[in-house]
Design a protein around this ligand. Structure first.
Ligand SMILES: Nc1ncnc2c1ncn2[C@@H]1O[C@H](COP(=O)(O)OP(=O)(O)O)[C@@H](O)[C@H]1O
Ligand SMILES: [Mg+2]
Length: 235
């Protein structure tokens, strides 16, 4: 039996933005509490602007929260508060433990699809040869056609970019994987393919949080669905 443990514990998270020019304060999310266990997949739904992405960006520390704690159970550091972790620790965690996938591809220019996935492994110390072997295996797993591997992904379709995104995030075998509307720009057939892949990603070693605007898509995929409205979870 695999022991289930808490991988993430978000306590009273809040994020405000101050826009100085109009002198405006925007409350993006507040009073957010969430517990994620290993092997669990939590879905977040809510209207556009409700604060969904802000939560994931705070966990990824792209945003520094205004209030609250984000306790993450790291393989390297043990329990660590991501709101207070050093830049060095955050960089380490992004390279080794935490994956973030959005509908947008964030690849370096003049990097082929295969190199993009290889780079994720090289950044964590793998040698080129083993990184290449693992990159190929992962690209196959996510069904990115082999004739695209040596191409620059700028010309890829939405579905192909997403598969590359997933391969890039998953080749690191993250303990914590966040997905921000990964299926937003995809047709129904590709959505089903992604759903199938996400199903296969679920495993005892990864905790997942996904934002989807399509509730039907998540049927049977997420263990729990949280609804956010105007920055707070509602039931
Ligand atoms: N970097 C930012 N600067 C100012 N306001 C922001 C920023 N990011 C998000 N917001 C605001 O926070 C609110 C929630 O945004 P977001 O989390 O992106 O919503 P969602 O992902 O649910 O569509 C919105 O009002 C948005 O305009
Ligand atoms: Mg969003």
């Amino acid at each position: 039996m695999v022991a289930i443990m808490e991988i993430l514990n978000i306590v009273d998270l809040g994020k405000d933005f101050y826009l100085h020019t109009p002198g405006l304060e925007i409350k993006s999310c507040h009073g957010i509490n969430l517990t994620l266990e290993t092997g669990e997949f939590i879905g977040i739904v809510g209207a556009s602007g409700a604060g969904k992405s802000t939560i994931l960006k705070c966990v990824n520390r792209s945003y520094l929260p205004t209030r609250g704690e984000i306790l993450y159970d790291s393989a390297a550091f043990g329990k660590i508060d991501l709101t207070a972790a050093s830049e060095r620790e955050i960089l380490y965690l992004r390279r080794h433990e935490i994956g973030y996938v959005s509908q947008f591809l964030n690849a370096m220019p003049r990097t082929t699809a295969k190199e993009h996935v290889m780079n994720a492994l090289i950044l964590r110390g793998a040698d080129a040869r083993s990184a290449e072997a693992e990159a190929k295996e992962t690209l196959s797993h996510f069904r990115l056609p082999e004739n695209l591997w040596e191409l620059y992904p700028v010309t890829f379709s939405g579905g192909e970019k997403l598969r590359l995104n997933l391969a890039h995030a998953m080749v690191k075998k993250p303990r914590l994987l966040m997905l921000d509307e990964p299926t937003a720009s995809l047709d129904d057939k590709t959505k089903l393919l992604v759903r199938d892949m996400l199903q296969r990603l679920k495993g005892p070693d990864t905790g997942m949080i996904g934002i989807f605007h399509d509730i039907a898509f998540m049927e049977g995929l997420c263990d729990k669905v949280l609804n956010i409205s105007e920055g707070v979870f509602v039931s």
